[in-house]
Ligand binder design. Structure first.
Ligand code: AMP
Ligand code: MG
Length: 487
């Protein structure tokens, strides 16, 4: 266990120099205070969880203090936003403080979001509000607990600094951790600004530090791109299987590591709705729930375009062709497991599709359905669940096929089935209204609800005593909360 001043830095990205990032100091928040910290994320830095409660912790992550070895940098990148290319973006309100390596030899970027203006702030104020910082914190840690690759969050620091959005709010900072903060948009920036030397340097950097095994392949860059395609296919399959809607899948928000990244107006589905649009500003539904799958491929094509100086177009196309089949295989595998199946049959895909259609038509709660399906033997579970469906006859037909399929799957005990299904079907997910309740209390200075919700979501598959209220369908007010990009 380390104290805060014992972290070991090795700032590899900063060393790439001024063509890649700009030195900027964090702008401190007034009266910084700890809102919430993640012990699991603290462990990634070998930090003693007790240090979160010390005043110096809030000073460090509220922008007042810096380690001598930290080198705060704002990164430059660009990206396709809602399908159109924006030539220059960059860290407009976040700073890469430095890279820390832990006792296991892993490197973690320390990125402070909400740290003030940078050369890339454009029209923005460089700040993040408490509301959006809490949402990012909870989402990163909740996704990780569900087994969905994501950036992590160490803490949220609140303050008394006023920040204007639609109304006056308070500034906050979230300390984000990831093995890298390099995005698809980094490659696009150097490609479209026609800086081949820097682009080659960036590609070498990513290959050496994040895809070293691809060095062994005959075409290392192509192997790296294939791996990125595979990781994205798997990540998006997990989003779809668990009902996660990212909301702003611009290429500047896509991590080169295939992890969920840059949380804005995201949501987990309550009722199953394939057409759900979580971003209030996404009028055309470009990033609707079901569109996430083709958009994943669109984004990879944008990255492929930026990699044409290193890889032939034919090879890039071939690699892109892997995306959909890989996505489908991962998705089907996860959905089979969610249904409690251990074997594969051709008709399983249809079984899943029919179920989702029935759920869509009746507005069935996506998370609770699967959890309850595993509570009891299949034949009994479906008789209890049928009341949730408007088209009961349709559900009965499905249920008959499902129970027959379960019988063919294998002969296992009720306990085995429950344990296996509960291990993949969460009881607790980050519903918008739960986040909203925690935010409302935090805005009044009461952080107990954020902390409790974080605790509950860190063990989503485990039924926790006294936490029934976190495993309910949302109340009516909580179903249609409007979440916009203004964070
Ligand atoms: P996002 O939609 O959060 O991914 O942000 C898109 C771009 O806008 C990024 O370059 C951000 O750094 C920048 N940005 C977002 N909000 C702010 C803000 N309040 N101040 C400065 N830049 C911002
Ligand atoms: Mg972003």
């Amino acid at each position: 266990m380390k104290a805060l001043d014992e972290l070991t830095f090795d700032n590899r990205f900063a060393r790439l120099g001024d063509a890649f990032s700009t030195h900027v100091l964090p702008e401190p928040l007034d009266e910084p205070r700890l809102v919430v910290a993640s012990n699991a994320a603290m462990a990634l830095l070998d930090l003693d969880p007790a240090v979160a409660e010390t005043p110096v912790f809030a000073e460090l992550f509220g922008g007042h203090k810096l380690w001598a070895e930290a080198q705060p940098r704002a990164m430059v990148y660009s990206g396709h936003q809602f399908g159109g290319y924006t030539p220059q973006l960059g860290d407009g309100r976040g700073l890469l403080l430095g890279e820390v390596y832990n006792q296991a030899g892993e490197h973690w970027d320390l990125h402070l979001k909400g740290a003030g203006m940078t050369p890339y702030s454009r029209m923005g104020d460089g700040r993040a509000v408490l509301r959006s910082s809490i949402r990012e914190f909870l989402a990163s840690e909740a996704l990780h607990a569900l087994g969905i690759p994501s950036s992590r969050a160490l803490c949220v620091i609140g303050s008394s600094t006023p920040v204007w959005r639609e109304k006056q709010e308070r500034g906050a900072m979230v300390l984000r951790l990831a093995p890298s903060h390099i995005r698809f948009g980094h490659f696009e920036y150097f490609y479209y600004t026609k800086k081949p030397e820097q682009q080659a340097e960036l590609a070498e950097h990513v290959l050496n530090l994040h895809y070293p095994e691809c060095r062994e392949q005959p075409e290392p860059y192509l192997a790296m791109f294939r791996e990125i395609v595979e990781r994205n296919a798997e990540m998006i399959a997990k989003w779809q299987a668990y009902g996660f809607c990212h909301g702003v899948m611009n290429t500047d928000n896509m991590s080169i590591l295939g992890i969920t990244f840059d949380f804005g107006p995201f949501a987990f589905l309550d009722d199953f709705d394939a057409h759900f649009i979580c971003n209030h500003s996404d009028h055309e539904g470009r990033y609707s729930f079901s569109n996430q799958v083709p958009i994943g491929q669109w984004n990879l094509s944008a990255l492929a375009q930026a990699l044409t100086p290193f890889i032939s177009v034919d090879a890039l196309k071939e690699a892109l062709g892997l995306y959909l089949p890989l996505y489908q295989a991962h998705y089907l595998d996860l959905m089979r497991r969610r249904l409690g199946l251990t074997t594969a049959e051709d008709e399983d895909q249809q079984l899943v599709e029919r179920l989702l259609k029935l759920m869509q038509n009746s507005g069935v709660d996506y998370t609770l359905f699967f959890r309850r399906l595993g509570d009891e033997p299949a034949a009994l579970a479906v008789t209890r669940l049928r009341d949730d469906f408007v088209d009961m006859a349709g559900f009965d037909t499905w249920a008959e096929r499902y129970t027959a399929r379960v019988l063919r799957d294998g002969d296992y005990s009720e306990e085995q089935r429950r344990a296996r299904m509960h291990a993949v079907n969460p009881l607790y997910i980050l519903r918008n209204y739960l986040a909203q309740n925690a935010i409302a209390a935090a805005e009044q200075g009461d952080y107990s609800e954020v902390r409790r919700l974080h605790e509950v979501l860190s063990r989503p598959f485990e039924e926790q005593a006294g936490m029934e209220q976190y495993a309910q369908r949302p109340p009516d007010w909580g179903k249609h909360l409007e979440i916009s990009c203004s964070s």
